[in-house]
Design a binder for this molecule. Sequence first.
Ligand SMILES: [Zn+2]
Length: 167
Amino acid sequence: MEPRSAAAAGRDFPYTSRTTCYIELHTDGRVTHGADRTTYERAVAGESKLYAVWPGQWSSHLFVIDDLNEYAKAHGIKHDVQRTGLAEHAHQVRWTESGGERNPRSPYISIEVSLECGCEIQDIDVFATQMRDQKGWAVATSVGWGSSSGPGGVTYSLRVRRKSLTA
Ligand SMILES: [Zn+2]
């Protein structure tokens, strides 16, 4: 079976779908499953070739991962502005306390955030990492966050560790 090209599918290829199964063919003939950052590094270095099985309803298709850049962006190994909505710059963040905090002793506080730089938060994990690096914020990523649109633009509701909110 001749593998198809994942690159030909572009951004539509289900790189991060739970049902996409990665197969790594090493130059020494070993075959391993799964994919992570080291897989990407080996594939880029030419030490292995990466394939993916995309299961269909009636048959599965074998793809060669021939666009490693797209693969890396999908898996967050490389930053992707389109997928995350977030540029790689120092965001212009405006924030206020949400008020109505029920538990004043909670280590986390709810805040309303708007991004005046024009970015949109589509990936809370990436935004949390950027805020940690830029402002020292510890943004909670495991609890609910949300966004709402208003006349002033989009406002995000986030939980941030109180002690980290200094700027
Ligand atoms: Zn920004």
